[in-house]
Ligand binder design. Sequence first.
Ligand code: SAJ
Length: 421
Amino acid sequence: MEPLKSKDICVIGLGQIGLPTAMVFANSGFNVLGVDLDKHIVNQLNEGKAHIKETGLQPIVTKVVKSGRFKASLKPGKADIYLIAVPTHIKSDNTPDISAVEAAIRLITPYIKNGNLIIVESTVPPGTVGGTVKNILEQSGLKGGSDFYLAHCPERVLPGNILKEIIENDRIIGGINNLSTQRAYELYSTFVKGTIYTQEVTVVETTKLAENIYRDVNIALANELGNVCKTLGINVWEVIKLANKHPRVNLHLPGPGVGGHCIGVVPWFLASTSLELTPLIQLSRNINNNQPRIVANFAHSIVKHIPKPKITILGASYKANVPDARESPTTEIFEILRQANLEVSVTDPIAINFPYELIDFKNSLNKSDLIVIITDHKEFKEMDPNFVSQLMRTKQILDTRNCLNHSEWREFGFSISILGT
Ligand code: SAJ
């Protein structure tokens, strides 16, 4: 049998997941054709430039473009393996929008041939791969499970640490039949160092949703605890630290809200299968969605006695040390404060795709009356209190991530408010 590594892989979607995945395959010896709708991304990649900032990504892009192992294109081509890594969303009524997956499958259907393996990495509602995806592929005249193989292997990587986690994390794989599972297992075995678990495809689809839901529900619990602790006049961060000393407790952390493309979206993929049976999942979504308003109101209450106050928000990215500002709680907090006619600016050293103007650190802090820390970027944790104190008009901080050394900042005359206290 021909060694797997000499095979041609076509990766559809060169975003946050697709590009690093394509790079890992090309770097382990496969010939990879990466496909994206965005001409600019395709051109940039063919010039050897990564359009995504991710630790260790650029050197691999440079290497595999130079060696010819990777090419980007607007159209798919003939390949042995097709891998789908396009985004899935929710519609305005919170039902799943898998149109990008359907479009990607339609795009490859004219190219598939006997013996092909098709992998869906995109997160999808239960029943999608064995249902909609298989049905579209079978419009080729080929039969799923015998003429072509089809499996789901959901991505599980953490933005900021993607390349490491693609290789080291355990993976879950579910094929539409045993042969499909086996083919997918062989493929991922070529580079995954973690354990690969196999199961029936709907179990795997639902497992991925459960992973994200686990996090969302636990973050909601932490946020709820924080909101109660504030009214009790105690510090939720101390409560969580102490509770987590219990061997079977792993409380998550409160914060300004849940951003990113997964945790705030994916729970609806399961909830929408039965609204009646999923009150906890829906309530958690609502608790986390309400957090930006709680933070905005908290900030407003701190400056309400100051005439014409100026507020500085630190952080536009949805979480620490990643540049991605889409779906960040900062957007809503900024909008609420602006609607209250407050002067507010946002500064972030790395964020991209924030819908409003970002102001440089110094100008943003100049004559400010309140810092609101939304994202605990390393640059903010390492700020010099002396430098900051000289810029500000009133030395006040609202720390929603409990990320500063508060006693040090108090020594410089800062008044500190902490979310959940
Ligand atoms: N957050 C909190 N409190 C916490 C943890 C996170 O408020 O204790 C907030 C973060 O600030 C952020 C949001 O939640 O705004 C989500 O951050 P995250 O680090 O939990 O998740 P993502 O979206 O960056 O990545 C998650 C990961 N999933 C799980 O941990 C179960 C990742 O492994 C998945 O690959 C990814 O979702 C995905 O694509 O599903």
